[in-house]
Design a binder for this molecule. Structure first.
Ligand code: NDP
Length: 244
């Protein structure tokens, strides 16, 4: 029963990815720079992000703390990695973001909460101890690298706005020199690392979904920059440096 429930959660995440990937090439998710009216009621962006990401911290945290193998190296290390990422995203990112009146449609928040519940449940319950191998260490290294790229790229974006400012500028510095959405690139590298280290269906499902969600959005972001800024560097790719 337990096994089939956690496996179903992961297959549902994979099914979401298969739907989301083609859809997002035609309909850009209506938040941030792509926010537009016609998507129903909305919340302030800060509150929206907090509500959306909280299940990934609290639900995963509760399941991890009651994990029968907690204390063994792999389960402990990957649980900490997950909670560092989602602790940062839920509390630090939301506290420091320059919201300045930006809204987030309730619809996108509800969809993200459903996704995060399934994803956190699958990933916490499928963490399973095995001898520490090359995949574990390489995966953990990739996760740390991706986290650093994600947090740094978001910090560069945050620094573009003075207090009270809400507009957009061309970002420079770090991986912003190479791609329009280096924060997404960092995110993709993180979850690739997690999947490699965890070797679970849930880990690979989340990596697959992250790519399906962020690759089309990165292309929309790059096209948006090109349309907004005539001097936007033509060499910048969407999300994968030098490739795409
Ligand atoms: P964006 O890059 O669109 O925005 C990040 C923040 O920077 C927002 O506050 C945004 O403001 C601001 N910003 C962006 N570009 C500029 C600019 N040119 N000038 C000034 N400010 C700017 O990222 P998202 O909002 O889509 O995502 C936020 C975080 O969540 C990222 O780290 C991302 O990796 C992660 N994420 C992960 C997903 C997953 O599937 N795992 C899914 C979605 C996001 P504003 O909101 O006003 O546009």
């Amino acid at each position: 029963m337990f096994d089939s429930l956690t496996t179903s959660a992961s297959w549902t995440v994979i099914a979401f990815a298969l739907i989301v990937f083609p859809t997002l090439f035609f309909i850009t998710a209506p938040y941030g720079r792509h926010f537009r009216p016609g998507w129903g009621p909305s919340l302030g962006a800060r509150l929206g992000w907090l509500v959306m990401e909280a299940p990934s911290f609290f639900l995963f945290g509760a399941l991890w703390l009651s994990h029968p193998q907690l204390g063994q190296p792999l389960v402990t290390a990957l649980g900490i990695a997950w909670l560092v990422h989602y602790g940062q995203r839920t509390f630090v990112y939301t506290a420091t973001m320059k919201e300045n009146g930006r809204r987030k449609p309730l619809l996108t928040i509800v969809m993200a909460v459903v996704f995060n519940v399934l994803n956190s449940y699958g990933n916490a319950t499928q963490l399973s101890e095995r001898p520490l191998d090359l995949a574990f260490f390489a995966g953990l290294g990739l996760f740390a690298l991706g986290f650093a790229m994600n947090v740094h790229s978001d910090a560069v974006l945050r620094s573009l706005r003075a207090p009270g400012e809400g507009g957009y500028k061309i970002p420079h510095g770090g991986l912003h020199r190479f791609v329009a959405s280096p924060n997404y690139f960092g995110e993709i590298v993180e979850w690739l690392g997690f999947a490699l280290a965890a070797q679970s269906l849930a880990g690979w499902a989340f990596f697959f979904f992250t790519c399906a969600n962020l690759v089309p959005r990165a292309r929309s972001n790059r096209d948006w920059y090109r349309a907004q800024f005539p001097d936007y560097p033509a060499s910048r790719r969407a999300v994968i440096p030098f490739l795409w």
